[in-house]
Design a protein around this ligand. Sequence first.
Ligand SMILES: [Zn+2]
Length: 447
Amino acid sequence: MTVRGLFGLAMVGVIGAGAFWVWQRFEGQPPQIEAPQSILLGAEPQTIKIRIADEDSGLRLASVRLLDQTGSKTLLENTYPGSLSQGGAPGTRVQSLDWVLDAEQLGVPDGQATLVIDTRDWSWRDGFSGNRTERSIPVTVDTQPPSVRVVSGLTYVYRGGSGAAVYEVDPESQRDGVQVGEAFFPGYPHPAGATNRRIALFSIPVDAQPKVPVQVVAADAARNQKSVRFPARVLERVFRKSELPLSDAFIDQVAVPLAEGADLSASDPAETFQAVNETLRARNEATIQERLEGGSEQPLWTGAFQQWPGSQVMSRFAEHRTYVYRGEPISEARHYGFDLAATAHAPVTAAGAGRVILAEDLGLYGNCVIIDHGLGLASLYGHLSALDVAVGDDVVQGQPIGNSGDTGLAAGDHLHFAFIVGERYVDPLEWWDPKWVRSHIGVRLER
Ligand SMILES: [Zn+2]
């Protein structure tokens, strides 16, 4: 090829590359915006997460404004490095815009507002201003908490004991109930009350801090929360402490099979017992909490509950147990129920009417039944030798549900009976006492 020919080819190449560059700089792909469809903003500041991207020319500008009844507020204005010839600088193709939206700080009034996100890229389109994407997001501003009015009067509650609170809330309340320290006890529609009247059964958890405040709380969809002090007087009590010696035979015959059944590995008898008493116990409690969810919103029982007829009390509620192996304390647990004994394999009956929500082998509890009584109340029966009911069965008070036994972590034939309010174990003694149930719960369930 001649020199002239070579030169001609090079020119075609240069012009071609130039045309490609111009064509590339005129690309018409606008930036992309990933943002929430709508925002519900309460009094609590809320982190808003927006992601913008432009893969072709790169991001050039981004702004976020809030339009409300008082005008326009610029929340954010970013420019990104780059040039018209080269496009966006490397590493600026994708940006995360996270910031905190605070209604009070911005002086945004309650009502409707709009969040406007505006972004451009480094394309030559639109007279070298770039491709543009604008997105408007509706914002509902609601900083007012729901109103709460406590209806029921002064209540005395023992530590580990139960109580009932009656209150009225705005219909906009989405989550309400009684808060006792870290424990939350959900409220339910009052069975005999007006539309906005609610009842929450609660307890003072055994491990709650001294002088724990008892509050009725209500929160709306925007998470505005109102707390009102509930007039509860906490009566302190001391729970029994005991030491339980563990024999090698007990660990071999009871703890080892439980550990193996739960796939827990341990290298010696003490570790085996610890794995069962701590790891398996925590797993079993988690299963119980899962099954308690979605219980009846209506009371399924009436009056007092029944202690297992003809049974002897072997151990009481909330006793603190220290397990001793070869003279050394190796593990602890609080015994959140009553141990009741009758004759071996005696029929066990439902303490009150309700619906079976668990009937299966449950680790430490052995063959176990849990009955939901409604309003967050439940009873648990452990160590059974046989089960007579299945999940979903409706039972009446006194109905046989199985036979006593020594399945699970048990040293002999007995019934472990536990009573549950919300997500906490409570002392069943109160619920077995017709006078207490009448004066503390019954009167508050009536109109
Ligand atoms: Zn027990």
